[in-house]
Design a protein around this ligand. Structure first.
Ligand code: SAH
Length: 395
């Protein structure tokens, strides 16, 4: 029997799919058969009737998120194999069995062949985020598979999808514990200790994606005065202190983030007088403070979530980076990041280049940074490389 829900592409719109790109935009669709609804599995064909892929359908600009290029129904075994492979990969890269780190991402959406699914592991607690209706609808199967695969090392699951699904979607997810209720114990990252607030914190509770970049900050911090701008829970600050910085200032506009940063510094360096935290707007702080630093970290939230505000975002990166470069002492360092998916590495680099030129300082690029190995990017889905960073030496 032919599969009931089908998506037929317009002529020529099969090309990106033949190169294994996992998204089908609504404009590429010629017709649909079987009236697919949000979250349904659909089979995708070219305009001559050749099978191309199978995926989750959703109303919106990305109409289909491809799950497989094989013509096979996704049953429990299909999902089991995918999640088991993801988990095995984290073992191979040394994270799932590390003695010094017990917080890492287990499923990174398209990067692990599972568009719409994010799962972060916090020493016993899995925080899961659904970004597509199709994934949300099979959540019970997925939770069950995670429990089976992680086994005794899984004590609780928290579902944090209230804000990650399109508001028009025909589902009403609520954040909450799926099982096990204890709040997360402080986790370890390269031996540093962090308190995690998955319920009211940002993302799934922690910016796991900055782990390797924090490590690099540690290497550059000795005897330096450091500013961690957009510091959230103090990740970069703890590493700078671990690297023997003289003094670290953490700045964030959120008072609860600053409180968490102070808690985390205290957990790692009880009673330390080397750290001060300020609740302040980044632009205002850089304008009004007379402090000069030897190392500044700029890790702002995504300035552009959509293509139509790209120009504005690039201006924002320019202004911010120029202000930061002006606050760096001669012979200092700037770690600057963009996590906007729509800002390309090239665009980001140009913004920072214009910022540097505006200050008239001599600036060298020391490192190009990205996201860590537990946030892999499918080579067929370059959009997955959302994090761009530069380390600059400023004379
Ligand atoms: N570097 C952090 C993550 C930063 S996320 C880490 O490694 O954990 C971005 C942070 O910027 C958030 O904590 C948010 O509260 C803060 N923020 C957003 N707008 C801001 C502004 N205008 N000034 C200062 N902080 C801001």
């Amino acid at each position: 029997m032919p599969y009931l829900k089908q998506v037929i592409l317009k002529s020529g719109k099969d090309q990106s799919l033949r190169r294994y790109h996992p998204w089908i935009f609504s404009g590429a669709i010629k017709k649909m058969i079987g009236n697919p609804k949000d979250g349904d599995i659909v089979k995708v064909f070219d305009n001559k009737g050749e099978f191309l892929a199978m995926g989750h359908y959703q109303v919106g600009s990305i109409a289909v998120r491809v799950l497989s290029f094989e013509d096979k129904e996704p049953d429990r075994e299909f999902w089991y194999i995918k999640i088991a492979e993801s988990f095995k990969y984290r073992q191979i890269i040394g994270l799932a069995n590390s003695a010094s780190t017990n917080v890492y991402r287990i499923v990174n959406a398209e990067g692990d062949g599972m568009p719409g699914l994010i799962a972060d592991y916090y020493d016993g607690t899995l925080v899961v985020q659904f970004h597509s209706v199709g994934m949300y609808l099979i959540r019970d199967i997925l939770f069950d598979i995670f429990s089976e695969i992680i086994g005794k090392k899984l004590l609780s699951i928290y579902d944090k999808s209230q804000k990650t699904l399109p508001y028009k979607a025909p589902v009403e997810p609520l954040d909450g514990w799926v099982f096990g209720k204890e709040s997360i114990k402080p986790v370890k990252e390269y031996g540093n200790i962090f308190k995690i607030d998955c319920e009211s914190g940002q993302k799934t509770g922690f910016y796991i994606d900055q782990r390797e970049n924090r490590k690099l900050v540690q290497e550059y911090s000795i005897d330096r005065k450091v500013l961690n701008m957009f510091g959230y829970s103090g990740g970069f600050s703890v590493y700078a202190l671990r690297g023997d910085a003289n003094l670290v200032h953490t700045v964030d506009s959120s008072a609860s983030a600053i409180k968490l940063a102070e808690t985390n510094v205290e957990l790692n360096f009880p009673g330390s007088s080397r750290h001060k935290a300020f609740t302040a707007d980044a632009f205002k702080y850089l304008d009004e403070s007379d402090n000069k630093y030897d190392l500044i970290i700029l890790d702002p939230p995504a300035f552009a979530k959509h293509q139509n505000v790209l120009h504005q975002a690039l201006q924002g990166y320019k202004r911010l980076n120029a202000k930061a470069i002006n606050s760096i002492r001669p012979g200092g360092f700037l770690f600057t990041f963009s996590c906007s998916q729509v800002v390309s590495r090239e665009n980001f680099r140009k913004s920072v280049f214009v910022a540097a030129a505006n200050t008239g300082r001599s600036v060298r690029i020391l490192h190009n940074l990205s996201q860590p190995a537990d946030h892999p990017v499918s080579i067929y889905h370059p959009e997955g490389e959302y994090m761009k960073g530069l380390v600059l030496y400023v004379e």
